[in-house]
Design a binder for this molecule. Sequence first.
Ligand code: HEC
Length: 123
Amino acid sequence: MRTALAPLIICGLSMSGVTQAQEQAGAVVFKACQSCHSLDPAKAGMAGPHLAGLNGRVLGSAQSFDYSPGFKAAKAQGFRWDRERLLGYLADPDAVVPGGWMSPPAGLTAADRTAVANYLLGR
Ligand code: HEC
């Protein structure tokens, strides 16, 4: 028993194990976003813009998505997505993009927001 568990424990404590667990947690939270968002830039016709390559992307800049005036204004100002801005947006969208159209899924915890932000900014 002891010898069988040892590799699992070592794996769980290693950096890659931790990163994998976080990646997985983010992917689970992202399921709540997938009804409106794809990670495939080629997929059009969804309720929200695609979220591929979000890290450093200018707000409101996904091709073929017609954004709210709030996002168009943010784009004109050249604002870019980073961790702080994304966490703020998911907690309180109006505080980051006034008058935007998205209401984040109800019931997201701070840990959920962190997990999904890491997931989206890491790809
Ligand atoms: C019910 C549909 C819906 C759900 C669910 C949803 N969103 Fe959105 N999201 C939108 C819409 C619509 C917009 C565009 C908002 C606008 O134009 O004001 C948007 C915009 C965004 C943007 C800005 C993208 C850009 O191009 O600048 C991010 C980031 C985002 N959503 C993240 C998320 C995350 C993360 C989740 C899940 C936790 C989520 N959304 C869930 C509809 C949704």
